[in-house]
Design a protein around this ligand. Structure first.
Ligand SMILES: Cc1ncc(COP(=O)(O)O)c(C=O)c1O
Length: 383
């Protein structure tokens, strides 16, 4: 049996998405910048996808820009905010994705002050600490905090953070790569300047993402070149990728509630099964329905020799998941997220992440494999 439970890493492309993309890989191959019919056909497809993104966010189409990835989106936001908006200080957290953390580190090397907000043991942002940090300085500040953590699923209260940022005139970016396509968004309801999204996380193709840029946050291009994306992101558009992103988000809009119910059912099913069948199992991050991403479950396995080989053994048994542990020594490269929340380095973490294509039978199988792997070896009775 082959079971894919690594949907926070990437998701399979939907058949409907592929069908929508295929004509743009074949007969509709025009360059959207060309003014002839081939170009216009491609341009119309890009603009149709932009409308879907704008509708999903309740934004204007003028605020949506396609990029080559979620990583590019966050790099653009962070680096261009410093260059173009007078940002002199960045507040972020230690559990951000590396596309944010490393961009912030690059800015720190250029003299930008960086502060890391306090987190609790579940990876929740301490909002009082955020407020205090904002109160302590008059420097123009960018707050960059992810909506849902990709390793442990803990979520941020976007509205609350947006409100705090507004009170202190800070610019607010949220890496929403793990939540776009899974949660409703309404940028009219909160003051948020930037969001980043990535199609392959919601059954779209890889290599295409987008940035939401609030009209008030006028940054200049990160990539210089042609006038594509209304002068915001140069380079011939990944037309079939953008078409796929649009279709995938359209499906997410249409079936979002249904999918959420189904996927969170799978997560609860796995949590219950693991708890009842494996002694000493625990979970990393916030596992409450309100505080966590319903598609991610980070399982903390009791420490034992076999737990070390968990991912390898799961893979051998046909189950794809991701893993990590907090570093136990300085030389070992563990998960920066588990380390930041103070997870026990002796326990192995396995991240299972679900999609609409998973089934309870697959969960049963995955749990049976974990159980077999870490079951205590009983001493052979001496007769
Ligand atoms: C939270 C988060 N941000 C950003 C990214 C990067 O997105 P992309 O793969 O499109 O570069 C990922 C992907 O792993 C992610 O999980």
């Amino acid at each position: 049996m082959k079971v894919y439970l690594d949907n926070a890493a990437t998701t399979p492309l939907s058949k409907e998405v592929l069908d929508e993309m295929l004509p743009y890989l074949t007969e509709h191959f025009g360059n959207p910048s060309s003014i002839h019919s081939y170009g216009r056909k491609a341009k119309a497809a890009v603009e149709k996808a932009r409308k879907v993104v704008a509708k999903y966010l309740n934004a204007s189409t003028a605020e949506v820009f396609f990029t080559g990835s979620g990583t590019e989106a966050s790099n653009t936001i962070i680096k261009c905010s410093v260059r173009d908006l007078g940002v002199k200080r960045i507040i972020t957290s230690r559990i951000e994705h590396h596309c944010v953390l490393h961009s912030v580190e690059t800015m720190a090397h250029e003299g930008i002050q960086v502060d890391y907000v306090k987190l609790d043991e579940k990876g929740r942002v301490d909002l009082n600490d955020l407020e205090n940090l904002l109160k302590t300085s008059d420097k123009k500040t960018l707050v960059s905090l992810m909506h849902a953590n990709n390793e442990i699923g803990t979520m941020l209260n976007l509205e609350a953070v947006a409100e705090i940022c507004k009170m202190h005139q800070a610019i607010f970016h949220s890496d929403t790569v793990q939540t776009i396509g899974y949660f409703p968004f309404d940028v009219q309801k909160m003051k948020i300047h930037f969001l980043s999204g990535s199609a392959h996380k919601f059954h779209g193709p890889k290599g295409v993402g987008f940035i939401y840029i609030n009209g008030e946050a006028a940054i200049k291009p990160f990539i210089d070149g042609g006038a594509q994306e209304r002068n915001m992101r140069a380079g011939t558009e990944n037309v079939y990728g953008i078409v796929g992103l649009g279709k995938a988000l359209e499906l997410a809009l249409e079936y979002g509630d249904e999918n959420k119910k189904y996927i969170s059912g799978l997560k609860h099913y796995m949590m219950d099964k693991l708890k009842t069948e494996i002694e000493g199992v625990d979970f990393n991050g916030d596992i409450s329905d309100e505080g966590s991403n319903y598609k991610v479950l980070s399982v903390s396995l009791p420490s034992c020799e076999k737990a070390e080989l968990t991912l390898f053994n799961l893979d051998m048994a046909g189950v794809a998941a991701s893993g990590g542990s907090a570093c136990s020594s300085g030389s070992e490269k563990g998960s920066h997220v588990l380390e930041a929340i103070g997870a026990n380095p002796n326990r192995k973490a396995v991240r299972f992440s679900f999609s609409k294509y998973n089934t309870k039978e697959e969960i049963d199988y995955a749990v049976s494999v974990v159980k077999k792997m870490i079951a205590p070896v009983l001493p052979i009775p001496v007769i």
